[in-house]
Design a protein around this ligand. Structure first.
Ligand SMILES: [Fe+2]
Length: 425
């Protein structure tokens, strides 16, 4: 598959969107607005809204509102929200992700990443992965340990800088009660390097007739001053979970030396054999997001900016290593696509940059996953993937027509209610 990254200019990544579902208003006008914004196929607002079971419908589009603010500058690495604020072994970039309705992933980073011509990967076993948690402030009845990993981003060409990450920790805590506040600390107690106490609230159980209070949907976020507006607004609106539909940091818009990338890399650097990335942007993004992601679970799916090719045709290393997703829990066994339940909603996250053909593993898994959905337990069925199948943006027009042809009929067959994508914002 050819993926064109050149057209993703600084302007592109700075135009964020973040629709919300208001508390218990899945059936209300906010959803209608949401659907319209996301180019969803709906009838006029004055008419009865048909369900997807009555589709397919003729696609409709909304023209771009020129009053919206356009691009903005990238935040520098020494910006207070991107700078590292802990000493070496203390946790930072803390983030939550849903595992099952009664368990949660907690991920964080310790130690220092290195970037340069020569880097020496650290031994991830030197810092343990522990989470203490409980329902009362300062009292931790549960303790779990997890895994510590690293990744490298290596370029086999003189002049390009290599990167090796700090230690990335993932711990799954389980036995959680629904709609309950949990206090937690993460880190390595043997090194006396535990985090401050943090708190999150679990979501309602499937089958309870309840729904997540507010669901924030973000795509193409980047790390610009517009991103700060988006995230500040999002924090103020107190979401109970976040769907992040790909293109997270735009670390691949940078040269390895930290200089800003070119809007057309291959035009400006015709002899460069590989597109560089500047991986410290990922660490900056993890810090930038921590005030939100350390208390609200964020469910990610990969976009084209997460591909990040490096030596030996290795790709997606940052995405795959930094984020925990319920891949085993949902039977996909792939971090590129998975599903999960949250209250009365079954969410399906699809991978557009891995095999989606009818003969492939993802399609077979999707069929099985859809067959298992019990609409009396999760009445709402929501799917998300990065590039939209319908859009009128010239750079991406019909770019994923092949994926649509493979998968759309299956989603209609099982009556998917809402689809979210990014990529063209
Ligand atoms: Fe994209």
């Amino acid at each position: 598959m050819v993926v064109d990254e050149e057209e993703h200019s600084a302007n592109h990544k700075s135009r964020n969107y973040m629709p919300f579902m208001e508390k218990y208003e899945l059936f209300t006008s906010s959803t209608i607005l949401l659907l319209a914004v996301m180019n969803m196929v709906i009838a006029g607002l004055s008419q009865r809204i048909p369900t997807t079971l009555e589709g397919p419908f003729k696609p409709t589009t909304r023209s771009f509102d020129p009053s919206l603010r356009r691009g903005s500058d990238d935040l520098p690495m020494n910006h207070p929200r991107l700078r590292k604020n802990v000493t070496s072994n203390f946790p930072e970039q803390i983030a939550l992700a849903l595992s099952t309705p009664t368990s949660m992933w907690i991920s964080w980073v310790t130690g220092d990443a290195q970037i340069g011509l020569n880097v020496t990967p650290v031994d991830p076993s030197t810092v343990g992965s522990e989470v203490w948690y409980g329902k009362e402030r300062g009292k931790y009845s549960g303790k779990q340990t997890g895994v510590s990993v690293i990744y490298n981003q290596l370029y086999p060409f003189e002049g390009l800088w290599n990167y090796t990450s700090g230690i990335i920790h993932h711990v799954k805590i389980d036995g959680l009660e629904p709609e309950t506040k949990y206090y937690y600390k993460c880190g390595d107690s043997s090194l006396k390097a535990m985090s401050e106490e943090l708190v999150f609230e679990t979501l309602p159980l499937p089958g309870s007739g309840k729904y997540p209070g507010r669901i924030a949907v973000i795509g193409d976020l980047g790390l610009t001053s517009n991103s700060t507006t988006t995230i500040d607004h999002l924090i103020k609106n107190d979401p109970s979970m976040i769907l992040m539909v790909g293109d997270l940091t735009y670390a691949n818009q940078y040269l390895t030396t930290g200089g800003k990338g070119a809007s057309c890399y291959s035009c400006q650097f015709p002899d460069a054999p590989i597109r560089e990335t500047y991986q410290p942007r990922w660490d900056g993004w993890g810090r930038f997001m921590e005030p939100l992601t350390s208390r609200v679970p964020m469910m990610v799916v990969e976009g084209n900016h997460e591909i990040e090719p490096q030596v030996a045709n290795v790709s997606f290393q940052s995405y795959l290593t930094r984020f925990s997703v319920p891949s085993n829990e949902s039977g996909s066994n792939s971090n590129f696509y998975y599903s999960f339940d949250s209250g009365g909603v079954h969410f399906i996250m699809l991978g557009a940059y891995v095999d989606y053909n009818k003969t492939g593993a993802q399609y077979v898994w999707l069929q099985k996953d859809l067959q298992k959905v019990d609409r009396s337990v999760t009445p709402w069925l929501v799917a998300a993937w990065h590039p939209p199948w319908y859009n009128s943006y010239s750079s991406h027009y019909q770019e994923f027509e092949c994926m649509r042809l493979e998968m759309e009929a299956l989603l209609y067959e099982y009556g998917v209610d809402i689809v979210f994508s990014g990529h063209v914002s």
